[in-house]
Design a protein around this ligand. Structure first.
Ligand code: NDP
Length: 308
């Protein structure tokens, strides 16, 4: 059984289920990635410069023994690199030990001071995040287009971009982002933004599909009832729900049994869930369960209220 495949707006194919690697320690992620590819069947790995584990992820990819061209690898541009995209990409490629990425994303629509007091999370003397608020995101996007044109990546996209942020780059973009990676799950389905992305032919990718650390969404009663009905795990329903809606799901695990179960279960659930089930799941958050699990403090620093 292999993952459904979606097609990006430039024709590149992307497996609809990918392994997340945030908070996976370098000493555990090599084995997790190797197992995911070699034993469980994953062909899509999601990582980022900021996770600090690209070298270990790359080692896992190599140890799997599966040819590079059969695996879809994503990494992300960190905020301190918005003015030096190619340099950041080269660092990611070198750490991963790869000569191209399948997908490169702007991690957040936030340019952090590259000359600040910390290379990852620079802060001003008053303790707030050192953000270059006047930086136009279109300048970052131009550089993303340049690395795509050079062939160093097969597709480019964004992450954590609301409609408002996308509209800051779309008027001058030569290339429409292929994906927007967002916090998308049962309790934060972002129905309006997902519809907007589909209208622009941008594939939504779901991060934290289980509710992130400790998988809190597994205790949801509606998802659990559907899992019981179809003799699946609740995680399967949470993941299959997204895939059935045309959203790429990126569950993270470093536990072999879960890595295997998430992959097989997501595929099975995406096939079994009916339109009626999807409608019921779509109504869970609007029905009073709306909740985000990932809230970095830059929204507060910028006075933003639209992390939708
Ligand atoms: P997830 O929703 O994938 O949840 C991960 C947690 O669930 C871990 O604690 C994991 O534990 C546990 N888990 C996984 N499978 C199961 C299971 N079947 N049963 C019980 N527990 C389970 O959270 P993430 O926040 O990690 O999101 C997924 C990926 O999305 C990230 O790893 C990253 O690649 C990406 N991401 C991107 C962001 C962005 O800004 N673009 C932000 C956040 C995430 P264990 O590992 O111990 O098994």
């Amino acid at each position: 059984m292999s993952s459904p495949i979606f097609t990006l707006n430039n024709g590149v194919k992307i497996p609809a289920i990918g392994l997340g690697t945030w908070q996976s320690k370098p000493e555990e992620v090599t084995a997790a990635v190797e197992y995911a590819i070699k034993d469980a069947g994953y062909r899509h790995i999601d990582c980022a410069w900021a996770y600090g584990n690209e070298q270990a992820v790359g080692e896992g990819i190599r140890r799997s023994g599966v040819p590079r061209e059969e695996i879809f690898v994503t990494s992300k541009l960190w905020g301190t690199y918005h003015s030096k995209v190619e340099q950041a990409l080269d660092e990611s490629l070198s750490r991963l030990g790869l000569d191209y990425l399948d997908l490169y994303l702007i991690h957040w629509p936030i340019h952090l001071n590259p000359n600040g007091n910390d290379p990852v999370f620079p802060k001003r003397p008053d303790g707030t995040r050192d953000i270059l608020v006047d930086w136009p995101l279109s300048k970052t996007w131009e550089q993303m287009e340049a690395v795509l044109a050079k062939g160093k990546v097969k597709a480019i996209g964004v992450s954590n971009f609301s409609q408002k942020k996308l509209e800051e780059i779309l008027p001058t973009a030569k290339v429409v982002p292929a994906v927007d990676q967002l916090e998308l799950h049962l309790y934060n389905p972002q129905h309006e933004l997902v519809s907007y992305l589909k209208s622009k032919d941008i594939v939504p990718q779901a991060y934290s599909p289980l509710g992130s650390t400790g998988s809190p969404l597994l205790s949801d009663e509606t998802a659990s009832a559907l899992a019981q009905k179809y003799e699946l795990n609740t995680a399967d329903v949470l993941l299959g729900y997204l895939v059935a809606k045309g959203i790429v799901a990126l569950p993270k695990s470093v536990t072999t049994a879960r890595i295997m179960a998430n992959y097989k279960g997501a595929i099975a659930a995406a096939q079994k869930l009916t339109e009626e089930d999807i409608k019921v799941l779509d109504g869970v958050a609007p029905g009073g369960k709306q909740k985000r699990f990932i809230m970095p403090p830059w929204g507060v620093d910028l006075g933003f209220d639209n992390w939708a």
